[in-house]
Structure formats: structure tokens, C-alpha cells
Ligand binder design. Structure first.
Ligand SMILES: Nc1ncnc2c1ncn2[C@@H]1O[C@H](COP(=O)(O)OP(=O)(O)O)[C@@H](O)[C@H]1O
Ligand SMILES: [Mg+2]
Length: 347
């Protein structure tokens, strides 16, 4: 549905996107994830027609749109701040694009009512000023304003970033439901890995204008293709070469101290001293615990490393500081990278 074909975008001498190729399938909820400044918005704007390409092509629905003006691309875009018109009421905001196309008034009314109904905005809300609406309602107006134009794709640039954490979580599912209901191909931009993992069909992880990995949430989380992806997403421990060597000697000969080796903090097994367990392990001491309600994160010290590990709230009594435990590693859950920097990535 959307194809980036060797796209380059330059700002002066700076290459924001050096050579960007990606295909997004019809109906996908696709996320561009990466740290601030990595080129997510630039990629989105390349689809919308708000930046000029210095090379390559963008296709939407099989059609080359590289040289089409934004208004002719059949894409709808929702911005971080929603960019609603403050002087207009909700109905006028949603109708704006249709008015600009000089559609007949009866058609405009019909289409605005239809879309308002679909995104759950009531007739009373339609006559309100946008400032009178909650953050969640404003987001629905911004989406309705985009969808009323019947775009082929919906582009969302960090639409939840300005909201507080609780509302953000609520709106995630609202957004996802809306997307499912319309079945519209959606490109979602965020720097929030939790958002990306919980909402997306597939994710592209970006670093400095380059795609590091494209995959399902499970793939990028559990089989991170690069050290950057591994450290940017989720929480990891980097194992010291000595610890890797110890594990290699205790039943995991495939491990290599010369590789950068990581484990996600929830994949470290914690077994009370002396209890039976399977898999290579090392002895450690509990240093501290941070309580998170559903789970606790422990800091532990082993002979050469300081590691973090997680126990769910239902996993028995909390461990006390000073307690001795065995840290158990499943070799299959370790992520290993060759020739990587000793600094442990840039995340
Ligand atoms: N109009 C512009 N002029 C110059 N540099 C820009 C412009 N837009 C973006 N950039 C630069 O391009 C890089 C990528 O920006 P952007 O796509 O906005 O990143 P993101 O959305 O991932 O935070 C950044 O280094 C940014 O400073
Ligand atoms: Mg951005």
C-alpha cells in the first residue's frame, strides 16, 4: 500500500534519510519507532508530500506520488498537537477539507455526520469549540477531520505525546479500535517503545535515518537484529565477558565472551539458594528491590556483574536485601552481537 523506494531526503548537506526502502501492506498498523531526531517525521512527511525527495520514489496504493502535491495524494495526517483550528467549532474543523474542495453543503453535512458517528462524536459535541473538548475528544476530531476525506492511508505523528500517561494508555486502545474498524492502512510514528509494541502489526526501528529492523513486535523484542534495537527496546542487562565465559563453561558452550551478550531483565530466572533449577546459573546477592505493583525489579550482584531481574507479584514472597539467590539463564533468550562496541550500544 505504501512503498518507499530508495528514498533520500536531504536538508542542506544533512542526509535525514540516506536511502530508505520499506513496504507497508494494505490494512497494516505499521509503526516507525526510534529516538528523537532519527527521521520518523521526515519519513511520514515524505508520504504526505510535505518534504521534497532528493532521490527515490514514494508509492501509495501502487501509484507513484513522488511529484504529486500533498492534496492529491489521498493521505490523511494527524499531528502531535492535532493542529485543530481554534476559532472553529468541531463541525467546521471536520468539514474544513471538504469545504476547501467546494463540495455541496448537503454532501458536507452528510459526510461530517457520518464520520462523527463512526468516531463517536455526538451532535452536541459537533457544535462545541475545540477548546471545550478533552484531549481524547480532540484526538477524535483530528482523526475525523483526516478520515472524512476518505484517504487511502492514515499517517499519525506522535498523536499521544502531549497527553498524560493514563490518558495516553486509554487512547492507545481507542486509536487501535478505530483503525481496526476502518481497516485503513496506518503509519504511526512514536519514540515510545511500549506504545509501538502494544499497538503495531509491524514495527520499523530507525536509527539516524536508517532502518535497523522491520518485524512484528515479538520479533523486534525477542530477536532484536542489532545491538541498537536490543538496547533501545525494553530493558536489558549486558553480561560481562567473564559472566558469559562462566555460563559457557556451565552448559552453554555456544556462548562466546567475545560477543556482546544481552538478556532482557524479565528473562533472568531468580531461584532461592539451594533450590533445584535447570540451565546455567551463577550465584548472586540481592542488593535492592523496586516495587511496581504488578512486579518487583531486583538489583543483584554476582561475582563480576550487577544485574537486574524481575519477579511477578504472584511469584511468592519478596526477596530481602542480602539474600543469596541463583540467577538462571536460558541460553535461547540471550541476544548476542558480534563486533559491537564495548560501550554497549548507543541506546
Ligand atoms: N526542515 C528541516 N530542516 C533542517 N533539518 C531538519 C528539518 N526537518 C528535520 N530536520 C532534521 O532531520 C532529522 C530528522 O528529523 P525528524 O524526522 O523530525 O526526526 P524525528 O521525527 O524522528 O524526531 C533531525 O536531525 C532534524 O533536526
Ligand atoms: Mg518527529
Amino acid at each position: 500500500m505504501i512503498t518507499f523506494d530508495d528514498v533520500s531526503v536531504r536538508f542542506g548537506t544533512f542526509e535525514a534519510l540516506p536511502s530508505f526502502s520499506l513496504h507497508i501492506a494494505e490494512g497494516e498498523f505499521f509503526t516507525l519507532l526510534g529516538p528523537s531526531g532519527c527521521g520518523k517525521s521526515t519519513a511520514l512527511r515524505a508520504v504526505a508530500g510535505f518534504v521534497d525527495l532528493s532521490a527515490g520514489d514514494v508509492r501509495v496504493g501502487g501509484k507513484k506520488v513522488t511529484h504529486l502535491p500533498s492534496g492529491k495524494r489521498e493521505v490523511g495526517m494527524v499531528f502531535q498537537n492535532y493542529a485543530l483550528f481554534p476559532g472553529m467549532n468541531v463541525r467546521e474543523n471536520i468539514a474544513f477539507g471538504l469545504r476547501a474542495q467546494k463540495r455541496p453543503g448537503s454532501e458536507i453535512d452528510r459526510r461530517v455526520n457520518e464520520i462523527a458517528d463512526q468516531v463517536d462524536l455526538s451532535q452536541e459535541q459537533l457544535v462545541k469549540g475545540v477548546a471545550e473538548l478533552s484531549g481524547g475528544q480532540q484526538q477524535r476530531v483530528a482523526i475525523a477531520r483526516a478520515l472524512v476525506m476518505r484517504p487511502k492511508v492514515l499517517l499519525l505523528d506522535e498523536p499521544l505525546s502531549n497527553l498524560d500517561a493514563k490518558l495516553r494508555r486509554q487512547l492507545r486502545s481507542q486509536l487501535k479500535d478505530l483503525q481496526g474498524q476502518f481497516g485503513i492502512t496506518t503509519v504511526y510514528v512514536t519514540h515510545d517503545q511500549d506504545e509501538a509494541l502494544s499497538m503495531s502489526d509491524r514495527i520499523a526501528v530507525l536509527d539516524r535515518g536508517r532502518i535497523e529492523q522491520v518485524g512484528t513486535p515479538e520479533e523486534v523484542y525477542e530477536r532484536s537484529a542489532s545491538e541498537f534495537v536490543c538496547t533501545f527496546i525494553g530493558e536489558v542487562n549486558r553480561l560481562s565477558p567473564r559472566l558469559v565465559g562462566a555460563l559457557a563453561a556451565r552448559g552453554a558452550p555456544e556462548l562466546d565472551p567475545a560477543e556482546s551478550t544481552y538478556v532482557r531483565i524479565e528473562k533472568v530466572g531468580l531461584v532461592r539458594e539451594g533450590r533445584p533449577h535447570r540451565g546455567p546459573s551463577v550465584r548472586g546477592t540481592v542488593m535492592s528491590r523496586t516495587y511496581h505493583g504488578t512486579h518487583s525489579v531486583y538489583r543483584l550482584r554476582t561475582e563480576h556483574d550487577e544485574l537486574r531481574a524481575v519477579l511477578g507479584d504472584g511469584d511468592g514472597p519478596h526477596l530481602a536485601a542480602g539474600q543469596e539467590v541463583d540467577l538462571v539463564f536460558d541460553p535461547a533468550s540471550l541476544m548476542r552481537y558480534r563486533g559491537a562496541s564495548a560501550a554497549g550500544g548507543r541506546g
